[in-house]
Design a protein around this ligand. Sequence first.
Ligand SMILES: Cc1ncc(C[n+]2csc(CCOP(=O)(O)OP(=O)(O)O)c2C)c(N)n1
Ligand SMILES: [Mg+2]
Length: 325
Amino acid sequence: MERDTLLGLYDDMWLIRAFEQGLEREFEQGNVPGMLHTGLGQEATQAALAAHLDATDCFFPDHRCHGINALAQHRHRGDGERIMAELFGRSTGVCGGKGGSLHSADPTVGNYGDNAVEGSYMATVLGVALAAQLRGEPKVACAIIGDGTVGRGEFHESLNMAAIWKLPVLYACVNNGYAISMPVGDGHASADIIDLAKGYGFECRQVDGNDIVESHRAVGDAVAHIRAGEGPYFLELKTWRWQGIFAGEFRPAEEVKYWREEHDPILMADEVLESMGVDAAAREAIESAQRARIEEWIAFAKKSPPPDLAKATADVYVGWEVAGR
Ligand SMILES: Cc1ncc(C[n+]2csc(CCOP(=O)(O)OP(=O)(O)O)c2C)c(N)n1
Ligand SMILES: [Mg+2]
């Protein structure tokens, strides 16, 4: 990988880490409503996906996708702070503060939104992909799914339909080892989700999702395959989330140490950058700049007003004019 490409991805990973850590701090202080699932530890998967998906593509994020949401918003519209404002429940958010963490969406940047019903968009993504196929558009329709999500029936229905119709779907399976606190191998026939996908006969690949170089290359290959009309692609990105789903650590100390101190995606990228001649001072400057940016985004969110109560039911249903009637 070229040094400049890696520097760009490193910058993106710091944007995500700073975003999540700033958000976590504010959440602990009681400033962020609802629940919070951070993508800390999964920055490489998010940065790799964001790097290859255009605004005209589509992605359905999962509940740990603040990173790709913010990057897409920042890159395509220059207003990443509106993702922060959405999480704070403010009117300047991408959904006017009414979507929150689980329903942040902005189709103009390719973000078609998460859903509190985990993985239900594995069905919806087929519709976007079929529409693109019928219109002859080179769109990639991406479903970002957790390892726990694949326990849903839609997983198999979706992969089967995508396979027989050769739909332009990218399944980006973020396997972080656990669903709530259940180890992936206890909940599925294989701890490697790729084993469940292979039977559908399309291209499948498993990568170290904390290795930004490998993940970036793999997403690039998958997107090129889909744009070339070769049909769906299943990519399993193996990673680990810093956060448990509830308070308290349930995982063994050695496991925590390994992932946080030896296999952290940013520390791994640090080593590669060091070997390319990017010294610690240059890397720290990137981190500081992103941390400063995120503080600005938080300040923007905090000074934004909450949604207007009188408009609480607006945007809940699609209006007749939008539905084309
Ligand atoms: C259909 C459905 N069942 C259960 C839940 C509750 N729930 C929220 S997150 C989660 C675990 C998801 O695990 P995984 O997909 O591995 O994502 P992770 O949190 O590990 O990133 C569950 C069961 C839900 N939101 N929707
Ligand atoms: Mg998981």
